[in-house]
Design a protein around this ligand. Structure first.
Ligand SMILES: [Zn+2]
Length: 49
């Protein structure tokens, strides 16, 4: 399984990589939560070894 560290992959899979700390909604891009408009999104797709 290939994991791209810290760079934007133009062919990123359709996965939810960010989770909102406020409401728990998930989105595939950082920035604002599309559910509650919070900026408390955290990247949950942290590469592991
Ligand atoms: Zn939210």
């Amino acid at each position: 399984m290939v994991i791209y560290n810290g760079r934007v992959d133009p062919y990123s899979p359709e996965e939810s990589r960010y989770e909102c700390l406020s409401c728990g909604a998930r989105t595939d891009s950082g920035g604002r939560c599309e559910n509650c408009d919070s900026e408390s999104l955290v990247n949950i797709a942290v590469p592991r070894e």
